[in-house]
Design a protein around this ligand. Structure first.
Ligand code: AMP
Length: 287
């Protein structure tokens, strides 16, 4: 099998037209093991695996890192070959948003809290580009990382509401030994920041453990986590909250153990923290 690099939608459709089992992993590139875990899941379940790499201008706000976002196509392509990806789709901005493109996909309730309140328009950009990619790739299954929990919930709602013919697979977060979730933005962290970042996972684990031990007050659970974050003095906390899953509603008193094996429902503790110049989003499911 030879991994094919394609840039246009015509080449893409030509390669995909006869495929009946297409697994799709949308990314912005700068691939790491978190992305690879999605590719491996896709490889297990589909005859044809498509990886897209597109740094989507619509999901970056003013003053965010669109220009400096790491772009590493050569090494990404080698990783795709190692992971036996069939097609690497790298569209241009013009292919994704041709002149006259005017549609915005919005999932207002799920997109509003957490990152949505600090990054206006971000999830509209995400939902719009993923919907567009689904239209081009027409996958049977798409693989998303729970590392970006709110993104998963927004896209899950979009697929359900629009009855898009794709099954979403929400895949577990891949973490460093320190518990820090792998992210393309981790390369912005200094050595000192990377060491300090270990406190993030400790704080999330603390919230999860206290919940499992029977603490059901959202504010007390949050405080346990914040105490650990604040202790280190390294973080500027943008938000740190407990929300319901999948709707991301706020909650004062949690129920114990809502989860059922068949559906992802319950609670999550989610936050965004700044460490130096780098904004990291963090979450843990309380299931
Ligand atoms: P990105 O390139 O950051 O847009 O991410 C592309 C996909 O990879 C998204 O579905 C992310 O949630 C997923 N992803 C990124 N980091 C991780 C990680 N550490 N573990 C699992 N999935 C991840």
């Amino acid at each position: 099998m030879k991994t094919q690099l394609v840039h246009t939608k015509e080449e893409l459709r030509l390669l995909l037209d006869k495929e009946t089992s297409v697994g799709f992993v949308p990314t912005m590139g700068a691939l790491h093991n978190g992305h690879c875990s999605l590719l491996r899941e896709a490889r297990k379940e589909n005859q044809c695996v498509v990886l897209s790499i597109f740094v989507n201008p619509k999901q970056f706000g003013e003053g965010e890192d669109f220009d400096s976002y790491p772009r590493t196509l050569d090494s990404d392509f080698s990783i795709a070959e190692e992971e036996q990806v069939n097609i690497v789709f790298v569209p241009t901005v013009e292919t994704m948003y041709p002149s006259g493109f005017a549609t915005i996909v919005d999932v207002p309730q799920v997109a509003a809290p957490l990152c949505g309140s600090n990054r206006p328009g971000h999830f509209q950009g995400v939902a719009t580009v993923v919907n567009r990619l689904f239209g081009l790739v027409r996958p049977n299954r798409a693989y998303l990382g729970l590392k970006d929990l709110q993104q998963c919930m927004v896209l899950q709602r979009m697929v359900k509401d629009l009855e898009l013919p794709v099954e979403l697979r929400l895949c577990e977060t891949v973490r460093e030994d320190s518990g820090l979730a792998l992210s393309s933005r981790n390369q912005y962290l200094s050595e000192e920041d990377t060491i300090a970042a270990a406190a993030i996972y400790r704080s999330l684990k603390e919230v999860s453990e206290k919940y499992q031990q029977g603490e059901l007050s959202s504010s007390r659970l949050v405080q346990f986590g914040l105490d650990i974050l604040n202790e280190s003095g390294a973080f500027d906390v943008e938000y740190f909250e407990i929300r319901t899953v999948p709707n991301l509603e706020s909650i004062e008193t949690l129920a114990s153990n809502l989860s059922t094996p068949s559906s992802l429902s319950g609670y999550a503790c989610a936050g965004a923290v700044r460490l130096g110049q780098t904004r990291l989003i963090v979450n843990i499911l309380l299931l």
